[in-house]
Design a protein around this ligand. Structure first.
Ligand SMILES: [Mg+2]
Length: 264
């Protein structure tokens, strides 16, 4: 029997593959987000993206008509910044210029004195130039910290590409270390989003598209999860117990008709 369901107070969305494909909004996304807002729901956008800051992503989402300027957007870059702020470690950054700039802006004037303690890995356009330098630091004892370890990326032409996880696995192999992972499926991203939206895990419905990342993320975080199946990475591998939708129209309909969250 279907559990008794209640209406959530907020819906948190994964971005790539759930609302966007490449740099284009999926056709049902703008309408569905408006319909959820009209219902009084708080919306937030959570991505493992390790190359763009949350303000860059927010600007893109606002231009596409997906997000409002006041809505919460949290990216993998925020996680890395938060990690360095919390741990006060001296980092070497293997990642985009944005990741580097954002992390460096949290360091004290002149950086922190002493040797490198952590190698932070994010998606990098000039990966090979930096990878060997990172490997040497890891072999000398620095800790490997990856923004995320997603295996595959769905490109705009709907073809698979290697995501950051493939490169992280390479550095793990070379350094004989297991990376500390900051992003989904770890729950740090949810903790940041909950404190920014002042909601609790019981209030949230999470919508994603990747069964390897979004499902364990929701499980670790104890939040209700729905997978967008139509473009889903590995759509044939979605377990039968996972609730899926084929379009965001279905999501809006379900939220309106029967709510979504299991009654606590
Ligand atoms: Mg996704």
């Amino acid at each position: 029997m279907d559990p008794i369901r209640r209406i959530p107070r907020g819906v948190f969305f994964d971005i790539d593959g759930t609302l966007l494909l490449g740099d284009q909004a999926l056709p049902d996304a703008v309408w569905a987000l408006e319909a959820l807002r009209a219902k009084g729901l708080a919306l937030a956008f959570l991505t493992n993206n390790s190359a763009e800051s949350s303000s860059q992503i927010r600007q893109k989402l606002v231009e596409l008509g997906l997000a409002k300027v006041f809505e919460v957007v949290i990216s993998g870059v925020d996680l890395a910044v938060d990690f360095i702020r919390q741990t006060k470690k001296r980092p070497f950054i293997l990642g985009s210029e944005t990741l580097k700039r954002e992390i460096e802006s949290t360091l004290p004037e002149g950086g922190r004195q002493g040797g490198v303690e952590v190698v932070i890995v994010g998606f990098s356009p000039n990966f090979w130039d930096l990878a060997n330098e990172a490997l040497r630091l890891l072999l000398q004892g620095s800790t490997l910290v990856a923004v995320h370890k997603d295996r595959l990326l769905l490109s705009a032409d709907n073809a698979y590409a290697m995501n950051l996880g493939c490169y992280v696995a390479m550095l793990e192999y070379g350094s004989k270390q297991t990376a500390v992972i900051l992003g989904k499926p770890e729950k740090r991203l949810l903790d940041l989003a909950l404190s920014a939206t002042r909601l609790t895990a019981q209030d949230i419905l999470y919508v994603g598209d990747d069964p390897e990342v979004d499902v364990p993320f929701a499980e670790n975080a104890g939040i209700e999860c729905i997978l967008r199946r139509s473009l889903s990475l590995g759509k044939h591998r979605i377990a039968g117990s996972i609730r899926t939708i084929d379009s965001l129209e279905e999501l809006v309909k379900l939220v309106k008709q029967e709510g979504f969250l299991r009654r606590a």
